[in-house]
Ligand binder design. Structure first.
Ligand SMILES: NC(=O)c1ccc[n+]([C@@H]2O[C@H](COP(=O)([O-])OP(=O)(O)OC[C@H]3O[C@@H](n4cnc5c(N)ncnc54)[C@H](OP(=O)(O)O)[C@@H]3O)[C@@H](O)[C@H]2O)c1
Length: 258
């Protein structure tokens, strides 16, 4: 092969590779590091064994699905939220569908806003399982290598978040029965969370476009992101206040795209 041909091939690769990356980005439903880890990285099935995971917000939505998928991996669980009955329901689901026994799941009712109860709750977990837990997010934990953290930023995901959200008037409930099919399935969001955990990623963004594009903009072009948000965010805030799904504009965009 002549040098000239080799150079042409290299130039062609230099053109094609960014184009392929750009097309992949358009189809992405999470940040590119996380998607790379999903493709080439460590599998949750190999990595997340012999662990205890404390799931806060385990009675509904993303937390419930996280508990369920972890139970299938045989990970011991601490399930926390305020509603005990709902936690017991999630525990039953985990026992029926997962690889855990009764003794592997601790239901620990907890109101996270009641900071005075945190120490007793932590002691209860340590007494039950006798080892550290996986939950904290703060950088200060770097000095405790036994505790890892990962910040997860989900975009619109199917859950009860809209139903449970507050409106402008605290007593006015959100409109119920809203269509959520255009949002990311909870199972996909949680699968990507497990991949992030298995690969020890410190921060991940899980969303389709345009929210994913927004996350990249906030990271790399914050001034433009703020300008755009001030233009597009008004309708979203108005929807919030009126008890409507704040992501309805996203729904229109997503429906057109699909
Ligand atoms: N779904 C989305 O589109 C989306 C997007 C971005 C971020 N997020 C974030 O993801 C997390 C999970 O939300 P989700 O969508 O799964 O909503 P969800 O279905 O409403 O679940 C919220 C969970 O948090 C628990 N919880 C609420 N207040 C609590 C408190 N004071 N103490 C302890 N537990 C409490 C609830 O249980 P109890 O009522 O029984 O306490 C429930 O289990 C939230 O932090 C949310 O902000 C969600």
């Amino acid at each position: 092969m002549s040098w000239e041909l080799l150079l042409w091939l290299l130039a062609l690769c230099a053109l094609i590779l960014p184009l392929v990356q750009f097309l992949r980005f358009l189809r992405a439903d999470a940040d590119l590091t996380l998607l790379w880890a999903e493709w080439q990285g460590r599998r949750p099935e190999w990595e997340l064994t012999d662990m205890v995971v404390w799931v806060t917000g385990a009675s509904s939505g993303i937390g419930e699905e996280l508990a369920l998928q972890l139970s299938k991996l045989g990970v011991s669980l601490v399930l926390s939220a305020r509603r005990v009955q709902e936690l017991e329901r999630v525990k039953r689901r985990c026992l029926e569908n997962g690889n855990l026994k009764e003794k592997d799941i601790l239901v620990l009712p907890l109101d996270l806003t009641d900071t005075n109860s945190h120490e007793a709750a932590t002691k209860a977990v340590l007494q039950e399982f006798g080892k550290g837990f996986f939950s904290a997010l703060q950088c200060e934990l770097i000095q405790y290598p036994g505790i890892t953290f990962c910040n997860v930023y989900p975009g619109p995901v199917q859950s009860n978040i809209v139903k449970n959200a507050l409106t402008e008037e605290v007593t006015k409930p959100m409109k119920t029965g809203m269509d959520q099919s255009y949002k990311m399935p909870t199972s996909r969001c949680v699968r990507l969370m497990l991949i992030a955990m298995a690969n020890d990623l410190k921060e991940v963004w899980i969303s389709d476009h345009p929210v994913l594009m927004g996350a990249y903009m906030w990271q790399y072009m914050p001034t433009w992101a703020l300008w755009l948000t001030s233009k597009l965010g008004k309708k979203r805030m108005q929807n919030f206040k009126n008890g409507l799904d704040p992501d309805s504009s996203y729904k229109i965009w997503k429906t057109k795209r699909d």
